[in-house]
Design a protein around this ligand. Structure first.
Ligand SMILES: *Cc1c(COP(=O)(O)O)cnc(C)c1O
Length: 366
């Protein structure tokens, strides 16, 4: 089955005697005791089971676990590590997960943040107790590219698990398991939901090994699980994921090209541009470059804010992955200690008509 076909049929498990075409939402929290019973909705329910089957198939994994947010999914991996373990993570890791490691796991886990593009630095960061390497590619907000295969070789040599946050690329453009990742993480809030109205997260595993058992225990015992409604809506949204991603990428590429020739723009960050340092690696591990780009306007934070305030179709809001274009001056969201340049604008390019988006941006940059 090809991706587009699986996205539509892979999560549609219909067992009802009335034969609906679409799987119903099962709100029941408890199930009649019998040999194959799901028992209790925190442990499992039909809509979550369907979503997990869909996610595992999309990421070419053996199993998946759905969570109530992307952060809950990421934190479940850290919780599954034994205390005293060391992990290596990107210095530009998604700030919400970086904050979670630093605040929740202080004194429990050791962490080294490194530049994942510098393989020597990554190799030098391993310790005898390194159990996990975390990568995020493309990264946020500079769209840095990490060579998943190269990091996977280092992790394997040292017996560490490799996890990859695949939120920006989605399985439409990148399957980290193909390049050696053991665990794939997603914020389903972004492209999976696709309409800025569902909060969710997911983990997919290459193998149902002992570590995965620990992750599943965090999911079920910790209980940060999505509702049957959210699972249903995610299955529905994912049916159009492959086509939405084609549109997002086409629009982002066109906007990146437009911005990179504009004289009010200092620099554009998009892995689809040949000028991007990660372009060759991205071209090797991705089949499309995704819908997110960043750019620096010539000038300071005020100049960047002025451009944003003049736009009509790009909404000034955080988050990514919806059908509507979103834009924000990233440093303002990341707080006073951020390393992100003050004049940097991140764009989640939406599915409005491309000419409207380009015309809007052209007027705002005047
Ligand atoms: C949004 C996001 C997360 C966190 O997901 P939530 O659903 O907001 O909890 C993690 N990683 C990346 C790359 C994200 O964009």
């Amino acid at each position: 089955m090809k991706l587009e076909t699986f996205a539509i049929h892979g999560g549609n498990i219909v067992s009802d005697s009335e034969k609906p075409v679409v799987q119903p939402i099962t709100l029941s929290t408890t199930f009649v005791h019998q040999p194959e019973s799901m028992i209790y909705a925190r442990a499992n329910n039909p809509n979550r089971h369907a979503l997990e089957k869909l996610l595992a198939g999309l990421e070419k994994g053996a199993d998946a676990a759905a969570f109530s947010s992307g952060n809950a999914a990421g934190v479940a991996v850290f919780q599954a590590l034994e205390s005293g373990s060391h992990l290596i993570a990107p210095e530009d890791m998604y700030h919400g997960l970086k904050n979670a490691i630093l605040s929740m796991f202080k004194g429990v886990l050791e962490v080294t943040f490194v530049d994942m593009a510098d393989l020597e630095k990554v190799a030098a960061a391993f310790q005898s107790n390194t159990k996990l390497v975390w990568v995020e590619t493309p990264s946020n907000p500079l769209l840095k590219i990490t060579d998943i295969s190269a990091i996977s070789r280092l992790a394997k040599e040292k017996g560490a698990i490799l996890a990859c946050d695949n939120t920006f690329a989605t399985p439409v453009f990148q399957n980290p398991i193909d390049f050696g990742a053991d665990i794939v993480m997603h914020s389903s809030t972004k492209y999976f939901g696709g309409h800025s109205d569902i909060l969710g997260g997911a983990l997919i595993t290459k193998e149902t090994d002992e570590f995965w058992e620990r992750v599943k225990n965090v999911q079920i015992s910790g209980g940060a699980v999505p509702s049957p409604m959210d699972c249903y809506y995610l299955c529905r949204s994912i049916k159009t994921l492959p086509y939405r991603m084609k549109g997002h990428t086409e629009h982002a590429m066109a906007l990146a090209n437009f911005l990179s020739t504009h004289n009010a723009v200092e620099k554009v960050y998009y892995p689809g541009l040949k000028s991007h340092p990660g372009h060759p690696v991205a071209a090797n591990q991705m089949t499309g470059f995704g819908g997110i780009l960043s750019f620096q306007v010539k000038g300071d934070a005020d100049d960047a804010d002025r451009v944003i305030s003049k736009l009509n179709y790009f909404t000034n809001a955080t988050s990514i992955g919806g059908v509507e274009s979103l834009i924000e001056r990233r440093a303002a969201s990341e707080g006073p200690n951020t390393l992100t340049p003050q004049n940097l604008i991140r764009v989640s390019v939406g599915l409005e008509h491309l000419y409207d988006l380009l015309e809007d941006m052209e007027n705002a940059l005047k």
